[in-house]
Design a protein around this ligand. Structure first.
Ligand code: ARE
Ligand code: CA
Length: 495
């Protein structure tokens, strides 16, 4: 279903590769108090431990399941349960990344799983579930290699192997039952919903049969009769046999055009003035079905879709502007990315280090983030969600929820501003000259704290203040010398 079952928040954060105890603490110390609705967590089920020459314990090993035992580098089953309970207790929901299209790729006999299960990828035997060769799609795939060779052919996209990953047949009752049991276990622990990995590679009807068979959410934490939130990963930039639209009957769908188009606009391949009708008018899906984000764990490192237009933490000024626009703009359900750092190694337009896993010690244990005095992270974690310009815009989104966009203004190129009812006002300057204008803010008269250059703390503002007159107008200034090209004020930032 389409509703995130959140307490009140309107944005979730993907804590990519975080450990369960660290997420539990983050819910209590930061996400709950800051009004985040929830967390997308990395796959919690057992996967292949990859050691392949130079490539040791890449992040992508977690997308090669071996069983549905809840044992990973993020923690074990008890740690997972404890995280879900503690996050729910502070109003932060957990959304689990579900890999149900496939099991592992081909690995030598004796390769280990993160939960100690053995497997034989060549024989398609996964005793930890158990799955055997009968449960896979080979007979239904008609390409020479057994892999997906042509994205123009819906049949092979669904029934052949994605990059060599053993492809489960979700058409059988047995496979459906195993996936259902796994998801119901998670529901029993109190999760609020699921990100469904590689949805393009499964038949929407098979997925529906599985979702329909799921239990209602745990009534310790949710209203009786609540259904799990579903958001399906489908990369649809147009031009392929399969469209995201085929999946909207099951729940929300990732709108990959959103981050690509915003990347193009902020990088100067398009002008911000044209964002005036950003949304359905741009050919994107209905906002009620869309899950939107600036970047994700794939396209921030050249996997997935969007290419070099995608904005990431590495181009931080643009990145903060694009996130501010997303969180200020009434389209879709929003997800903030939270990353770790790695050194890139570019060769022929490819980052040879795109596989590097999270910060880890010599025994490949993930290292927890540390926290600096100003609240930002250390130990190799970027924690975009702890950047003031981003978390303050999460509050803006919560405050403005339920209003539309009105009073759009632009300068005919890359300076824009708009209101959200009488709840919020946002201005962006991506031109090479200063923005200095008296603009309609739609807010009641008063003095407001700009939550981008600072925060409202104990009744005063650590950044720029904006004085709104009785006519709703205010003098707005964003110079090119400033750290950020955004100004945002809202009902809760009134001084
Ligand atoms: C790894 C190795 C491979 C190896 C394989 C098997 O990189 O070389 O053959 O293992 O051993 C992630 C990584 C993959 C990784 C995989 C398994 O990105 O590199 O393979 O884990 O460990 C398509 C899918 C889309 C998918 C993207 C990446 O449609 O669903 O590819 N995204 C999800 C996750 C990924 C994850 C998987 C799926 C697999 O978010 O993190 O892969 O579980 C066009 C098409 C898109 C296509 C895209 C890229 O844009 O429209 O549909 O996306 O190209 O091919
Ligand atoms: Ca498939």
């Amino acid at each position: 279903q389409w509703d995130p079952n959140s307490s009140n928040g309107q944005a979730i954060v993907h804590l990519f590769e975080w450990k369960w105890p660290d997420i539990a603490a983050e819910c209590e110390n930061f996400l709950g108090p800051r009004g985040f609705a929830g967390v997308q967590v990395s796959p919690p089920n057992e996967y292949v431990e990859v050691y392949q020459g130079e490539v040791k314990r890449p992040w992508w090993e977690r997308y090669q399941p071996v069983s549905y035992k809840l044992v990973t580098r993020s923690g074990d089953e008890n740690a997972f349960k404890d995280m879900v309970t503690r996050c729910n207790n502070v109003g932060v929901k957990i959304y689990v990344d579900i890999v149900m299209n496939h099991m592992s790729g081909g690995w030598p006999q004796g390769t280990g799983g993160s939960g100690g299960s053995s497997f034989d990828s060549g024989a398609q035997s996964y005793p930890g579930v158990p799955y055997s060769a009968f449960d896979f799609n080979d007979g239904n795939c008609h390409t020479g290699s057994g892999n997906i060779e042509n994205y123009g052919d819906a049949n092979q996209v669904r029934n052949c192997k994605l990059v060599g990953l053993n492809d489960l047949n979700q058409g059988t009752d047995y496979v459906r039952g195993k996936i259902r049991d796994y998801l119901n276990t998670l529901i029993g622990y109190g999760v609020a919903g699921f990100r469904i990995d590689a949805s393009k590679h499964m038949w929407p009807g098979d997925m529906k049969a599985i979702f329909d068979s799921l239990n209602n959410l745990n009534t310790d934490f949710f209203k009786a009769g609540s259904r799990p939130f579903i958001f399906q990963e489908v990369i649809d930039l147009g031009g392929e046999a399969i469209s995201g639209q085929e999946y909207v009957g099951n729940g929300r769908v990732t709108e990959f055009r959103y981050g690509k188009y915003l990347g193009e606009a902020f990088r100067g391949n398009n002008q911000l003035q044209y964002l005036k009708n950003f949304g359905e008018d741009w050919g994107m899906m209905d906002r009620a079905n869309a899950l939107v984000f600036i970047d994700n764990h794939d396209n921030q490192r050249g996997h997935g879709a969007g290419g070099d237009m995608i904005l990431t933490f590495r181009v931080s000024k643009w990145y903060k502007m694009a996130n501010a626009f997303m969180l200020g703009w009434p389209y879709g359900y929003t997800r903030v990315m939270s990353s770790y750092y790695w050194d890139q190694w570019w060769e022929n337009g490819q980052d040879k280090n795109d596989w590097i896993g999270p910060p880890q010690d010599d025994s490949f244990n993930i290292i927890s983030p540390s926290f600096n005095a100003d609240g930002t992270c250390g130990n190799g974690w970027i924690c975009e969600h702890r950047w003031r310009q981003i978390y303050n815009m999460v509050e803006f989104r919560n405050v403005a929820h339920g209003t539309d966009m009105n009073d759009w203004w632009d300068n005919g190129s890359n300076q824009i501003a708009f209101c959200r009812g009488d709840k919020g006002f946002l201005a962006i300057n991506n031109d090479g000259w200063d923005l200095k204008e008296t603009l309609q803010t739609c807010l009641p008269a008063g003095t407001y704290c700009d939550v981008i250059s600072g925060s409202k703390e104990g009744g005063s503002c650590t950044g720029k203040s904006v004085t709104v007159g009785g006519d709703g107008k205010a003098y707005i200034e964003i110079t090119t010398m400033e750290d950020d090209g955004v100004l945002a004020i809202h009902a809760n930032s009134k001084l």
